[in-house]
Design a protein around this ligand. Structure first.
Ligand SMILES: Cc1cc2nc3c(=O)[nH]c(=O)nc-3n(C[C@H](O)[C@H](O)[C@H](O)COP(=O)(O)OP(=O)(O)OC[C@H]3O[C@@H](n4cnc5c(N)ncnc54)[C@H](O)[C@@H]3O)c2cc1C
Length: 284
């Protein structure tokens, strides 16, 4: 199908974009890789699209003390190839290779992926894993929201109609941190049936901080607090305990759809968690 008619405005500043959004019934377009299909299927019928691609200063990946700042317009392929991301968040670089295909990664943006919040997308999971914060600007205020509070439900986030995500802030990981990333999709470039990302930080040879995030198995990306707690103080030389894997499976609420059953996804997420934890342990 073709989209319903809309006006098209090109913003050249964040303030200009916010003013255009204030006209009501408007949608931001960034990479367009999720929005345009929704327009074509007429799932959305905004009266105006506000194009933010020409706003300067929104596509950076920059170290700033203990954090890395990523502009909302940063393309997926920029994250995949950034030396700063490779140095500080190799788990994120690995995840980006699983997002769609190169042509889509050349257009899709981190701000767009987080704002769209597909339940099987990789970037919301990485934002949860890395304790990201989102900087959000409106005409009234600038606010910062933790990723764990941003994702509300499938395709639903804490973002008002006149707000724009401008930056994602990633706190650097502790020393001696290993990582793992595992995903199963039906074909290369497809959305994940299930994926798990892990970081393990060691102190005196034992796990001092564990983070486990998953996607594709619940309405939003999730952290698995119970499994993270069980791992503290452990060594994984003899493999990952079944209590940890069961905690991961218990935290999943996988859907059944034409690609896979709920039971299959729940089984899968446990297998992927065990593999990702083993990889993170050996890297740490
Ligand atoms: C064939 C195909 C396969 C794909 N496979 C995957 C995959 O495997 N994994 C995956 O994660 N993604 C996948 N995607 C989606 C892709 O990653 C998109 O790029 C991403 O979800 C949206 O980013 P975008 O910049 O294109 O956003 P857009 O499509 O431009 O916008 C998406 C939504 O976010 C809003 N928005 C955009 N930017 C901002 C902002 N800065 N502030 C506030 N709101 C904003 C828009 O108004 C819209 O509602 C796929 C897409 C296609 C077409």
């Amino acid at each position: 199908m073709k989209p319903a008619a809309f006006d098209y405005l090109v913003a050249d500043s964040v303030e200009g974009a916010i003013a255009a959004l204030g006209r009501g019934d408007a949608k931001i377009i960034a990479g367009g890789q999720s929005l345009v299909p929704m327009l074509n299927f007429r799932l959305l019928r905004p009266s105006v699209l506000v194009d933010i691609n020409r706003i300067p200063g929104l596509a950076h990946v920059r170290e700033d003390g203990n954090v890395v700042r990523v502009g909302a317009l940063t393309r997926h392929h920029q994250l995949e190839t950034s030396p700063v991301i490779a140095a500080h968040f190799p788990v994120l670089r690995e995840a980006m290779a699983h997002v769609a295909h190169l042509a889509i990664r050349n257009r899709g943006t981190i701000g767009g992926s987080l704002s769209h919040a597909d339940p099987a997308a990789e970037l919301p999971m990485m934002a949860m894993l890395l304790d990201a914060e989102l900087r959000i600007v409106s005409s009234a205020a600038t606010r910062t929201v933790a990723a764990r509070d941003f994702f509300r439900d499938a395709l639903s986030v804490d973002l008002a109609e006149d707000e724009i995500v401008t930056e994602i802030v990633l706190p650097k990981l502790p020393p001696n941190t290993g990582w793992g990333f595992e995903e199963v999709a039906r074909r290369s470039g497809d959305f994940a049936l299930a994926a798990v990302a892990v970081t393990l930080a060691l102190s005196d040879g034992r796990i001092a901080q564990a983070r486990i995030a998953m996607t594709g198995v619940a309405p939003t990306a999730r952290r698995v607090a119970e499994a993270e707690r069980l791992l503290i103080g452990q060594r994984l030389d003899d493999g990952v305990g079944s209590d940890v894997i069961e905690a991961v499976r218990a935290a999943a609420e996988p859907p059944t759809d034409l690609h896979a059953s709920s039971d299959y996804r729940r089984h899968l997420v446990g297998v992927l968690a065990a593999r990702a934890l083993a990889a993170a342990w050996s890297r740490a």
